[in-house]
Design a protein around this ligand. Sequence first.
Ligand SMILES: C[S@@+](CC[C@H](N)C(=O)[O-])C[C@H]1O[C@@H](n2cnc3c(N)ncnc32)[C@H](O)[C@@H]1O
Length: 261
Amino acid sequence: MSDRWLAGDAYERYMGRWSRSLAHQFLEWLRPPAAAQWLEVGCGTGALTTAIVSSCDPHSVVACDPSEPFIDHARRHLADPRVTFVVGGADALPPHDSGFDLAVSALVLNFLPVPGETLALLRQRLRPGGAIAACVWDYAGAMEFLRVFWDEAAAIDGRAAALDEGRRFPLCSPQALHALFDAAGLTQVETGAIEIETRFAGFDDYWEPFLRGTGPAPAFVAALEPPARDDLRERLRRRLAPAAGGEIRLRARAWSVRGVS
Ligand SMILES: C[S@@+](CC[C@H](N)C(=O)[O-])C[C@H]1O[C@@H](n2cnc3c(N)ncnc32)[C@H](O)[C@@H]1O
């Protein structure tokens, strides 16, 4: 079962609505200089790209992703002369004559086949003294809406354990991220924790995006037989107690990391 980055609208409902909030917090943590030349890896539907444009006053942003539907979505929703969207993965990053000032990625590092190789490629594209920064969800801990999902999924189907991002991605901890950046030869390496609240209007607002097939957990739901899918839905409904007013409020923590080349 692949991670399936297929459809921009489905991704926005499932994850993009949260990665957009996270992107702003990530940039506040990063405190980048104005007028920088940015390279973004795995821009998806453009959550971080949009935040860079709206809050960082960039000189330019080259934002890349291997998913054509995601890049199409990003192009339709962000038309800014400073931004260039490129279809391409971490192994086909565009060069920059004088070197980018900053290379960033949000929620991508753990999906790369060999993250250390990508950091090496990013360093080649930076100017001397340029920086790399990234964030990833705390899947094993306080990324609560997915944590609850995988815990209940494991109770109904043995295949869930192998797909659970909390197990698949040991990179998603401050220690592992720090070690990765150190090993890539970056200096002044720092990690941080960023937290947002994920607020669902009710259970249907939580559950419906899992039925749209885009992303690891929705791909798992798509592979379930209807009775198992119904069982999972009802387990989750029992588990997720709404607050007064019917909202379901959960924490979502990400780990951030940065280093200088
Ligand atoms: C969880 S999404 C994050 C998207 C976006 N950065 C955000 O914050 O919403 C993971 C993204 O990584 C991209 N991706 C997967 N494999 C990749 C690779 N080898 N190189 C670059 N990006 C990749 C996917 O296409 C997808 O857009």
